[in-house]
Design a protein around this ligand. Structure first.
Ligand SMILES: NC(=O)c1ccc[n+]([C@@H]2O[C@H](COP(=O)([O-])OP(=O)(O)OC[C@H]3O[C@@H](n4cnc5c(N)ncnc54)[C@H](OP(=O)(O)O)[C@@H]3O)[C@@H](O)[C@H]2O)c1
Length: 255
């Protein structure tokens, strides 16, 4: 359904769009007229399925391991080549890896930290290095970085994850200030729990009720709700949001 939010002519790169939140974002932006580059990591079949189901025409599909700085740095340019330019970047792809703290040997400690920071923080930073000149060439645009409630609340079972998302919040705010003169708006979205493949085992397992009870609404957010916040940001109708980190967590953690 079209609303006043018409994204016709806008070109959007969504990372991690093969499933979960990224898929919901890709579908909603396409529903509103945007042309979308569906980025994925390993699951080509899932990404092809998403691409096939998108409303409208002129979409593209691209893979890159965001843990590889060169591949991440090239991704925006490749997307712009497919779409004929770039107006929107949604840094959504991410990994959530739990690891022991007290008894982990240093080799494994480094493995968890290096991979998580590489994919969740360095990947978006390298991608944006390539994207900023393209957004500039388009006369401005929107960058949305999907972070996490864990950046504020702590992630005692996944400290590298929490740190990566806190870093991504900080990057979002630095860029919002630095890029404002170029008409590039930058927002961080910090979801709490959302039912996706990343969290299914937790939310559908024996601890699921306790997680939902963290919220006075007794539920978690949906991927579609996150996508609607992205839509609001890229609509251009709320650009004063630039520099904000938007919490989307069913009031489960207020700061
Ligand atoms: N779900 C939640 O409760 C929750 C809460 C707070 C924040 N978040 C954040 O929201 C974002 C999306 O989460 P989600 O729950 O939708 O996750 P998901 O269902 O696990 O999907 C992750 C997506 O990221 C891609 N990806 C993973 N590692 C990659 C890599 N190294 N290179 C390129 N792509 C890679 C995957 O691609 P392939 O499948 O093709 O490999 C997939 O499309 C993440 O940044 C996550 O941290 C999620």
């Amino acid at each position: 359904m079209k609303t006043s939010c018409d994204l016709t002519g806008r070109r959007a790169l969504i990372t991690g769009a093969s499933r979960g939140i990224g898929r919901a974002v890709a579908e909603l932006l396409a529903d509103h007229g945007a042309r979308v580059a569906v980025h994925y990591g390993a699951d080509e079949q899932a990404a092809a399925h998403v691409l096939q189901g998108l409303s409208g025409e002129g979409h593209a599909m691209l893979t890159a391991d965001l843990g590889d700085p060169v591949a991440a740095g090239d991704l925006a340019g490749r997307a712009a080549k497919e779409l004929g330019g770039l107006d929107v970047v949604v840094n959504n792809a991410g990994i959530f890896v739990t690891h022991d703290i007290a008894s982990l040997d240093h080799e494994n400690w480094r493995k968890f930290w290096d991979r998580t920071i590489a994919v969740n923080l360095n990947g978006p930073a390298h991608l944006l290095h390539g994207a900023i000149p393209l957004l500039d060439a388009a006369g401005g645009g929107h960058i949305i970085n999907v972070t996490s409630r864990g950046a504020y609340r702590g992630e005692p079972e996944a400290p590298a994850y929490g740190a990566s998302k806190a870093g991504l919040n900080s990057l979002s705010q630095s860029l919002a200030v630095a890029l404002a003169p170029r008409n590039i708006k930058v927002v961080g979205l910090a979801p709490g729990w959302v039912l996706t493949d990343m969290t299914r085992d937790y939310l559908e397992g024996p601890g699921g009720k306790a997680i939902r009870d963290q919220s006075p609404m007794k539920r978690t957010a949906t991927a579609d709700e996150i996508a609607h916040v992205v839509l609001m940001v890229v609509s251009g109708q709320a650009d004063a949001l630039s520099g904000a980190i938007i919490d989307i967590n069913c009031a489960s953690h207020l700061r």
